[in-house]
Design a protein around this ligand. Structure first.
Ligand SMILES: Cc1ncc(COP(=O)(O)O)c(C=O)c1O
Length: 530
């Protein structure tokens, strides 16, 4: 028995501890993965990329002891709860930059102390902590709490994508974000140097958000044909929060939301977690098909129609002006409110985007969502929603109960960018850069994919919806590419029945990585086909 055990536990407990000790298997190997793998699975999470600590090679304390003490602390203070799976030996060895044998010795220490146990096939898990050993009643079973939370977890594949994104070595061929090189870091630094005379609010903002910013957005939206007083605008922490507020603020459990299929909406569980059902309507080259909207609204008693008319995520489709008018008319007749998600609307590459549907909305039937996440900065977390005042008032009230307002500093920054006109100047630069990237990527597709896939050339936004001609599993392709350090967004993320598509993005990876990644992707498709 280890010395620290005797220090911590009274002798009377030694019998129980010995029982646990006896049960511990020495077999410590989890499922092996290569260094690009991450761990995320149903029963508890042990993610090696969350570990910031590393052993000190210069210390006189042996490395295996440093590692076992670190892990012991995590387990004893409850951060690593009972049932949680710890990363595999190989991943730990890679992360801590030590030999695998050092990890084996460290894990043997923990097993001998009765803190972890290993089973073939399910890896190594935390089985005890001091509380579980000392207490007559067991500690809370956090894993079962984790499973019973109301909000649905992300899809397993999205969890994998999110984790892999933390690894800078990956080539990200589908990421829906501007490349760090395109974000205006230098200009932002200048903006952050404030004049003494400027006023900055560090207190809570008004329920609808900074009045200054709402005035600026009201003015900015006029150029798009949208008439919205500051009182009809709510500042939100990104477009996703607008969706969240709508789901809990305006809809009953069991409501049905119509949307394009495939859709970004399927990749987040905002509406589903609030007990709502989604119903997809196919798109064609002009956007969501309107023929069935009336029938589906009646058949399913749909409460809302959600659409991304400009540079749709994930297909890149631009809804034509005519289709926009048709959709507004049908929805008005059917008293079916529209959520118009316009987060990509600014990012046209060839000709300006048609006016938002909100611009032609005479009856207040459209809730319009905008955001700076796809253009200026996803990290500032600022978006807006425009709608009838009672709706904005209701959503603002919920927002106050949720987070008491978006960051006042972020609101200040966004106001300054838009009001000064710099935002529009910057958008012009981004359009030039994105156009270059789009054309470059289309050239690569022509070079490497002409007999493997088909695609449309997007007129804006980030995405190319690549349809693979052969009958390979895109999920399998995702896994194989992941092993090679290439991160993909398969179509199933946006439509669970999709097996044929990949969402490519020309916005994130560098040109060199786009070339390298797409070339290798074409080879992988050929290998899987054979
Ligand atoms: C269509 C669409 N709406 C909303 C969002 C979320 O945007 P934000 O970062 O502003 O919350 C995204 C992000 O990918 C998106 O593609």
């Amino acid at each position: 028995m280890k010395k620290w055990f005797h220090d911590v536990f009274p002798p009377i407990l030694i019998f129980r501890i010995t029982k646990v000790y006896e049960n511990v298997s020495n077999q410590l190997d989890g499922n092996e993965t290569n260094h690009f793998d991450t761990i995320k699975e149903k029963n508890g999470v042990g993610n090696v990329s969350d570990i910031e600590w590393k052993p000190q090679k210069s210390s006189s304390e042996p490395l295996h002891l440093q590692i076992s003490s670190y892990m012991k602390k995590k387990i004893l203070n409850g951060e690593w709860s009972i049932g949680m799976k710890i990363p595999s030996q190989r991943m730990l060895a890679h992360h801590f930059e030590v030999n695998r044998s050092t990890i084996v010795t460290a894990l043997e220490e923990l097993a001998a102390d009765g803190l972890i146990d290993s089973k073939v096939g399910s890896g190594t898990r935390v089985v005890n902590n001091t509380w579980s050993l000392l207490a007559s009643t067991p500690p809370p079973d956090w894993i079962s709490y984790v499973h019973s939370g109301i909000h649905e977890p992300n899809m397993n594949i999205i969890q994998k994508i999110n984790e892999a994104e933390a690894n800078r070595a990956f080539i990200r061929l589908g990421t829906g974000e501007l490349s760090p090189d395109l974000l205006p870091n230098e200009q932002m630094k200048k903006f952050l140097q404030m004049d003494v005379g400027e006023s900055l609010t560090l207190g809570y903002e008004e329920p609808k958000g900074s009045l200054e910013l709402r005035k600026t957005i009201s003015h900015y939206l006029k150029k798009k044909g949208i008439e919205a007083a500051p009182s009809s605008i709510l500042i939100v922490s990104g477009a996703i929060q607008a969706l969240q507020l709508i789901s809990i603020g305006l809809l009953k459990r069991g409501s049905v939301i119509l949307h394009e299929t495939p859709s970004y909406l399927n990749s987040v569980h905002v509406f589903q977690s609030a007990g709502m059902n989604l119903f997809g309507i196919p798109l064609d080259a002009e956007g969501i098909q309107t023929d069935s909207v009336r029938r589906l609204k009646r058949q399913h008693h749909a409460s809302l129609l959600y659409t991304i008319p400009s540079f749709h995520n994930p297909t890149g489709t631009l809804m034509s002006e005519k289709r926009r008018q048709q959709l507004v008319e049908i929805c008005q007749k059917e008293a079916l409110p529209i959520i118009e998600d316009d987060v990509y609307g600014e990012l046209w590459l060839d000709t300006p985007t048609p006016k938002p549907m909100k611009a032609g909305d005479q009856q207040g039937n459209v809730l319009y969502i905008g955001s700076i996440s796809k253009s200026l900065s996803p990290g500032l977390r600022i978006g807006w929603i425009v709608g009838p005042e009672p709706v904005i008032h209701r959503l603002a009230d919920i927002k106050m109960q949720t987070d008491y307002g978006s960051s006042s500093v972020s609101q200040y920054i966004v106001n300054k960018w838009i009001k000064s006109g710099l935002y529009e100047e910057y958008l012009n630069q981004i359009r030039v850069e994105l156009k270059k990237r789009r054309d470059f990527t289309i050239d690569l597709l022509n070079k490497y994919f002409s007999d493997l896939a088909v695609w449309d050339i997007p007129k804006g936004g980030f995405y190319i919806w690549l349809q693979i001609k052969s009958d390979i599993s895109t999920r399998k392709l995702f896994e194989v590419a992941l092993q090679e350090g290439i991160l993909l967004n398969p179509g199933s993320v946006y439509d669970k029945n999709d097996q044929q598509h990949l969402r490519l993005s020309y916005a994130y990876a560098s040109l060199a990585d786009l070339e390298k990644g797409l070339k290798r992707l074409a080879e992988l498709i050929k290998e899987l086909r054979n």
